[in-house]
Design a protein around this ligand. Structure first.
Ligand SMILES: [Zn+2]
Length: 314
């Protein structure tokens, strides 16, 4: 199994950069038969920026960081590849994935930015208050004006960018109100946004964990031959155990919340017990900007479970 994964890695040459490595690795990177690269950073609040080399000699960038500092570092890593960016794709309307759009557009004037209609509108209209929230909480690293994706698509579409075929599929609500998965048929690489967080805490605040599990099933059914999954946060790797790990996380958090609700009702004591048990069961890193992600998630789970299953969720 390990040998198989190493072979996959060799075939796709996924390169993980730390900020320091982004500069250090530049001279050797040109010699590698690289196709896909990733920039991320360790510790709390990580998020991946990916770039994919196109047959036409350019790059397609997927997601562009949470603040101006990290966006600038990701941009430096992308520039270090030495190829022009032909397009930027956004997976979903959480600010850790689109805040750097302005910086990237400045560096590559006129570069088209793609997203689903739902995602683009949420960014443009600040539907969920994320832009205003970031500006209030961290004004020194947040742009005054957010750039929204200019090219939008409904549901499913196939993009042809500089010779690269990219299948975009809208997944609907789950980790976010809407998420688009991007798939490269030529190399069987899947970019599912934050529908997959590789062994990290997931934000369950949006009260869509049931839908999220459905998204995982759909992705698995739609892309049975995926060779490499590039998650929104965490390391890239083969589909399994990544999909099973995400399902286990969601199902276990749901089961713990349900047990504590049965025991104590929809009470603060039941919430506290749920938080304790989830933290004990999953000693994971918090990859988001949410201060206490497990508490925040448990609020979401309790909200989700307090609704009739047929009622629309927020
Ligand atoms: Zn994220």
């Amino acid at each position: 199994m390990r040998a198989k994964w190493l072979a996959l890695l060799a075939a796709t040459t996924v390169v993980t950069f730390s900020p320091a490595m982004a500069q250090d690795r530049q001279p050797t990177r040109a010699a590698l038969p690289a196709r896909t690269g990733v920039w991320t950073y360790s510790g709390t609040g990580t998020v991946n920026t990916y770039w994919v080399e196109t047959p036409g000699g350019g790059l397609v960038v997927i997601d562009v960081q949470r603040d101006l500092i990290h966006a600038a570092q990701a941009l430096a890593a992308v520039k270090a590849v030495g190829k022009p960016v032909r397009a930027i794709l956004v997976t979903h309307a959480h600010p850790d994935h689109y805040t750097g759009l302005g910086l990237f557009r400045q560096a590559f004037p006129g570069v088209p930015v793609y997203a689903s209609k739902a995602t683009a509108e949420a960014i443009r209209n600040d539907t969920y208050g994320a832009n205003a929230g970031e500006q209030a909480e961290a004004p020194e690293v947040t742009p005054r004006e957010f750039v929204a994706p200019g090219i939008t698509f409904d549901g499913d579409t196939t993009l042809q960018i500089d010779g690269l075929t990219i299948v975009a599929r809208e997944l609907g609500a789950g980790e976010a109100p809407a998420t688009t998965a991007y798939y490269l048929p030529s190399t069987r690489e899947l970019f599912p946004g934050d529908a997959i967080l590789n062994r990290l805490h997931g934000p369950l605040r949006e009260a869509h964990t049931g839908d999220w599990l459905g998204v995982l099933d759909r992705l698995e059914a739609m892309y049975p031959n995926v060779a490499v999954v590039h998650p929104g946060h965490g390391a890239s790797g083969p589909k399994e155990p990544m999909f099973d790990d995400e399902r286990l996380y969601l199902r276990t958090c749901r089961a713990i919340a349900a047990e504590e609700i049965v025991r104590g009702g929809f009470t603060d004591a039941a919430k506290a017990a749920t938080v304790r048990r989830i933290n004990a069961r999953f000693p994971y890193t918090n990859p988001t900007g949410i201060k206490d992600i497990v508490s925040d998630s448990v609020d979401g789970l309790f909200w989700e479970f307090s609704r009739p299953s047929s009622a629309p969720l927020p």
